[in-house]
Design a protein. Structure first.
Length: 57
């Protein structure tokens, strides 16, 4: 057995099974997780200005 398949190593504690989803539409792909926003990119585009984000250029 190689170390890459070993689940008891130092990296085992870093793994989580939490699946993040969009707060508005429950989509799992394309999430904007920075600043704990947890919105998919489509929903983020719709509400970004209301949240205080500004579009430059």
């Amino acid at each position: 057995m190689s170390e890459a398949n070993n689940d008891t190593g130092e990296h085992a504690a870093k793994r989580t099974s939490t699946r993040h989803t969009c707060r508005r539409c429950d989509r799992e792909q394309g999430l904007v997780g920075k600043y704990d926003i947890n919105l998919c990119r489509q929903c983020f585009r719709e509400v970004a200005r209301d949240m205080g984000f500004e579009k430059y250029s």
